[in-house]
Design a protein around this ligand. Structure first.
Ligand code: G4P
Length: 526
């Protein structure tokens, strides 16, 4: 197959949701369709439940498992689907943000009882930033949920994206009958089944077809006709280009646990979702069909074996063909690098691969050369954009507990930060080191790993900080003046970029007003 054909048949995506909306269940059903697993329950083990909040050892235990489910590849109707797993636990939101940099589209799961929840809002913000196309799956229709029209209004209001229903539910909860697909022009009757592969549905082009009455009764038939008429009247015709541009989210309804609506979602997904697209580097835009390989590291998984510091770097292939054993250029280090141990992810098995194509993810065994955001090429010096750091929410100062192990502590901290466990800021004044995270759990993880993998012990001292703001200015002199006047509050991030450590929102606003020539950014890429 040619490079062009390989690209055309690939769909690389992620599922996002608030915990408990049904992401794991939907993943599992999709894998059942793809023949990647045979029984339900196989993916469940990857799930970190909310009660694990305080039990982070549980999370460590999951690390090994989650490598296997990090990327799930399967074939469906001639399409190679790569589903990238995103951690459900909110403390690992950074991981999810980075994974979203490696996908071409997203399926967003919303619980019809709970509606739009906070984690969905945050994740949608990241999708909007990158204009990632989003398909929405409203789940749990077997339960008494909210009115579907209200749900759609809420999605538009809270997630700031237009929606277009492509299917519509017939009743809900105990009286749930199924959905009518406006996209596929078919009627799908609800039959709860946890493990069965769902039927294709009844092809019904005309909503006035009397077969609808026969199937669901006159009352529900009248209701669905009214709903379809209303939808076709209120919402503009679905424009796939608007979806691809990230402006409109098509909406489907179903019940993942009952394997209902999943086939319709998948069939529509392979028709609508984009194959790998051109991607931006600092230097130029790279098309996927350029013959030379390029890709970037979006995730590093370490600590598989505490005795050996081996890690797997996950590479998203963006252009050309990747070949095992070939020497590639590691742009940041300006070094040649060769990987003979390359893993691809099909089903839940890891397997050795010889080649991979744009849209694919490969896992490279690495001994510490690669870090998140690194670009690999066949020689060209380009750096992929799109993996910004976001300002952390919690900040703590690192206090070294064993002066004899300073070197180990520094090394450990650096390596953990390269894996993306947290962010490190070093103050200009006194070289104080501050770790910033999204969740509280990471501090325990860091302490544990520093001790067990690097033999270093540290404490964390709470700090009263509101945000880390990356700063820039068109006027170099003004920037220097600002840094001089606020030197107590200036730190550098892991790449040496200048960061202003703001203590409170009101103070930040004041500083922003006083220094109009300085730009304050809440992400490291601007
Ligand atoms: P998550 O990955 O988004 O966190 O959610 P997950 O799939 O684990 O689903 C959360 C809960 O919602 C699970 O129940 C799951 O069975 C249930 N669920 C998923 N889809 C549907 C659906 O369509 N209808 C209904 N009624 N429930 C659904 P649990 O009790 O937490 O787990 P389990 O004991 O069922 O495994």
């Amino acid at each position: 197959m040619s490079l062009k054909e390989e690209i055309a048949k690939r769909r690389t995506f992620g599922i996002i949701s608030h915990p408990d909306a049904g992401k794991t269940t939907l993943t599992e059903k999709l894998l059942l369709f793809g023949g990647a697993i045979q029984t339900a329950g196989a993916v469940k083990s990857n799930k970190i439940k909310m009660h694990a909040r305080s039990d982070w050892m549980e999370i460590e235990k999951q690390r090994g498992i989650s490598v296997a489910t990090s990327v799930m590849g399967f074939n469906y109707n001639g399409i190679k689907i790569n589903l990238l797993d995103t951690p459900g636990h909110q403390d690992f939101a950074e991981d999810t943000y980075r994974t979203l940099s490696a996908v071409d589209s997203v399926v967003m799961v919303i619980d019809c009882v709970k509606g739009v929840e906070i984690q969905t809002e945050k994740l949608m913000e990241v999708c909007r930033m990158r204009k990632t196309p989003v398909i929405c799956f409203i789940n749990k229709l077997d339960r008494e949920g909210r009115d579907p029209y209200d749900l759609l209004d809420e999605i538009e209001a809270k997630l700031d994206i237009k929606v277009r229903p492509l299917s519509w539910p017939i009743s809900m909860g105990k009286t749930f009958k199924g959905v009518y697909s406006l996209f596929g022009k078919s009627l799908h009757l609800f039959q709860p089944s946890k493990n069965k592969i769902e039927n294709k549905g009844l092809n019904i082009e005309d909503i006035n077809d009397p077969r609808i009455d026969e199937q669901i009764g006159a009352n529900d038939a009248a209701q669905i006709r009214e709903d379809v008429e209303l939808i076709e009247g209120v919402y503009p015709e679905f424009d796939v280009n608007e979806y691809l541009a990230g402006n409109i989210a098509p909406v489907f309804f179903g019940s993942a646990v009952n394997n209902f609506g999943v086939r319709e979602l998948l069939d529509s997904f392979i028709k609508l979702a984009p194959p790998p697209k051109a991607r931006e580097t600092e230097e130029r835009i790279i098309e996927p069909n350029e013959t030379k390989f390029s890709g970037f590291v979006f995730k590093i998984h370490a600590n598989m074996d505490p005795n050996h510091r081996n890690r797997i770097a996950f590479i998203r292939i963006c252009s050309g063909k990747f070949e095992r054993g070939k020497t590639y250029h590691h742009v940041r280090a300006d070094k040649k690098i060769r990987f003979s141990n390359v893993t691809a992810f099909m089903a839940q098995e890891k397997e050795l691969v010889d080649e991979a194509w744009p849209g694919d993810i490969v896992g490279l065994y690495d001994t510490g050369n690669l870090k998140i955001g690194d670009t690999l090429t066949e020689g060209e010096k380009v750096t992929y954009k799109g993996i910004p750091s976001f300002s952390p929410e919690i900040f703590k100062e690192v206090v070294n507990k064993d002066a004899m192990k300073t070197k180990q502590l520094d090394k450990g901290l650096n390596q953990l930060m390269e894996e993306g466990v947290a962010q490190l800021f070093t103050y200009e004044l006194g070289s104080r080191k501050v770790v910033g995270t999204v969740g509280a759990l990471q501090f325990e993880v860091i302490q544990h790993r520093l001790k067990h993998e690097y033999g270093a012990t540290c404490d964390f001292m709470s700090m009263n900080l509101y945000k880390a703001c990356w700063i820039s200015s068109k006027d170099k002199k003004k920037l220097n003046e600002f840094v001089d006047s606020k030197f107590r509050h200036i730190a550098k991030d892991k790449d040496g970029k200048l960061v202003f450590m703001a203590e409170s929102r009101s103070w930040l606003t004041m500083v922003q007003d006083n220094f109009p020539d300085i730009e304050f950014h809440f992400t490291s890429e601007f």
